[in-house]
Design a protein around this ligand. Structure first.
Ligand SMILES: Cc1cc2nc3c(=O)[nH]c(=O)nc-3n(C[C@H](O)[C@H](O)[C@H](O)COP(=O)(O)O)c2cc1C
Length: 229
């Protein structure tokens, strides 16, 4: 698989089979992903990989909280700005529309939406997951390093025939994750990531992307732009 295929075939998969992911594959992927760049080579990611009984236990504990209608843990970071302005607001709405219409869930069917969201805490059936933490005192550039690392992991998973779903959703049950992982005190859970083989029977709508000229500006040519001259 070439790098373009890895990039374009990666998507947030929300339905996995129970086919196990071999430990040596995960080690190969995570060893290569360690070559992701980071400012001053800090490598600020702290990764926990769960499979087998520990992951089953995490799913059980999270499932109990969902069933009990437990409140979410208080936030350690905001997932999104409280008022999303244009064009982000529209993009988020389009994503929600597509996600739930693929599942046949109506916009106003709050319960069905909650049920679909709850699949997050079962890792969408995946037999493997990783959890990505960062030191509390790290700044925005180091959080960006996490993104580069996680995307590298996801692309390498594609090269192994595997799929993934990054999940900030786990941050709202971070205490339950911590019960199972016992991370050191100074770490914040950024996200989880479900990992496994895709269940091809689960319906989805491929997300779109903004046209290139909405997000990319080429500054080129033989003359300087007028505002610079
Ligand atoms: C940091 C991060 C956190 C995410 N958290 C979740 C999540 O909690 N649950 C989920 O179903 N998808 C989650 N996603 C997946 C996004 O919804 C998805 O990447 C986006 O809609 C684009 O679709 P695609 O990845 O399928 O191309 C997350 C993605 C990122 C990058």
């Amino acid at each position: 698989m070439d790098i373009y295929q890895a990039v374009t075939s990666r998507r947030a998969v929300r339905g996995f089979t129970d086919r196990p992911v071999p430990r040596e594959v995960l080690e190969r992927v995570l060893s290569a992903a360690a070559w992701a760049p980071s400012g001053s080579n800090l490598q600020p990611w702290h990764i926990y990989v769960l499979t087998g009984e520990p992951l089953a236990e995490l799913k059980r504990r999270a499932g109990k909280r969902v069933a009990a209608g437990d409140p979410w843990d208080e936030r350690e970071y905001e997932m999104y700005p409280s008022a999303l302005k244009s064009p982000y607001h529209e993009r988020r709405s389009a994503f929600g529309r597509e996600r739930y219409s693929a599942l046949g869930v109506a916009r106003e069917d709050w319960e069905a939406r909650q049920r679909a969201a709850a699949d997050n805490w079962q890792c969408f059936g995946a037999p493997a997951a990783l959890f990505c933490y960062i030191d509390r005192d790290m700044g925005r550039p180091q959080w960006a390093d996490l993104g580069m690392y996680l995307q590298t992991v996801m692309l390498l998973l594609r090269a192994e025939g595997l799929h993934s779903c990054p999940q900030m959703a786990w941050s709202v049950y971070r205490k339950t994750v911590a019960e199972v992982l016992s991370p050191p005190d100074g770490l914040i859970l950024f996200c989880g990531m479900s990992i496994g083989f895709e269940d091809a029977t689960v319906r989805y709508i491929r997300t779109g992307r903004a046209p290139l000229d909405e997000t990319v500006t080429f500054v080129e040519g033989s003359a300087l732009p007028s505002h610079v001259a």
